[in-house]
Design a protein around this ligand. Structure first.
Ligand code: ADP
Ligand code: YYY
Length: 226
């Protein structure tokens, strides 16, 4: 296809807590690539819907409001940030209220269409290549990516990792909801429970973060690992 360059695009999908964000940042830093957390984009527009007090069952109003919003996404893996209409929401999007509400916005198909177009524009602008993580990157956003990975881990490991990350701020039931219920809701609009043809499954349950980064870097054609 004309215009396609040799830029390296690495697509990583997987359920909550499988290690997508930490692994993707590590791979991007090691290979000198940009990094895009598409989940942060869904979280940022959810933050906007909550901030505006929108009725999230009113899909058209939610999508219309989000379509008008400016999203600025910094793709430096050492300092990924995201702003909505000039407000830096990098920290706010990790609040439990956003985690609890995000699936209701991410399952809005008009919102998905909008964000997928923005994600493709960010990928196209990444001159040195990019690592992109989410739920539908290997299948919908960038199925042509050079490396396509489905990162998985046992549910118990994923809940334990998230609990360790959130500490006592969030009780075990809420963490389980954030991981297991959210995956169930999210999987109604994105297929990330089984690998699509050509997608490599990497199971991080018994691997350290460095080991997972090694495995994914090893999938890059002609990469020496150094
Ligand atoms: N291979 C691994 N082994 C142990 N803990 C991990 C591993 N990968 C990631 N983690 C930890 O698990 C938690 C969730 O990881 P994260 O990258 O946010 O997952 P995701 O983006 O898939 O939800 C983080 O605290 C992270 O440090
Ligand atoms: N490409 C994507 C990325 C995320 N989402 C949805 C699914 C998740 O519930 C939210 C937030 O994603 P995020 O990757 O931050 O989720 P984690 O908390 O890391 O598990 O967005 C999506 O539907 N499609």
């Amino acid at each position: 296809m004309p215009g396609v360059t040799e830029r390296l695009v690495i697509a990583i999908d997987g359920p909550s807590g499988s290690g997508k964000s930490s692994t993707s940042r590590g791979v991007a830093q090691r290979l000198g690539l940009a990094y895009l957390d598409t989940g942060a984009m869904y979280r940022a527009v959810t933050w906007l819907a909550l901030d505006r007090g929108l009725d999230r069952t009113d899909a058209a109003t939610v999508a219309g409001t989000i379509a008008q919003a400016r999203l600025d996404v910094a793709t430096d893996p050492a300092a990924p940030t995201i702003s909505v209409d000039g407000t830096d929401v990098t920290t706010a999007i990790r609040d439990p209220q956003v985690s609890q509400a995000v699936s209701s916005v991410a399952t809005n198909l008009a919102v998905r269409k909008d964000l997928i177009a923005r994600q493709r524009a960010i990928i196209a602008a990444a001159e040195r290549g990019i690592v992109v993580e989410g739920r539908d990157i290997t299948t919908v956003v960038a199925p042509e990516a050079t490396v396509r990975v489905l990162l998985v881990a046992d549910p118990a490991a994923r809940v334990a990792r998230r609990q360790a990350e959130l500490g006592n701020r969030v009780d075990h039931d809420a963490v389980t909801d954030q991981v297991i219920r959210r995956d169930r809701d999210d999987s109604t609009v994105a297929q990330f429970t089984d690998a699509a043809p050509g997608v490599t499954v990497v199971d991080s349950t018994d691997l350290t973060l460095d080991q997972v980064i090694d495995v994914i870097c090893g999938l890059v054609p002609q990469h020496t690992g150094s």
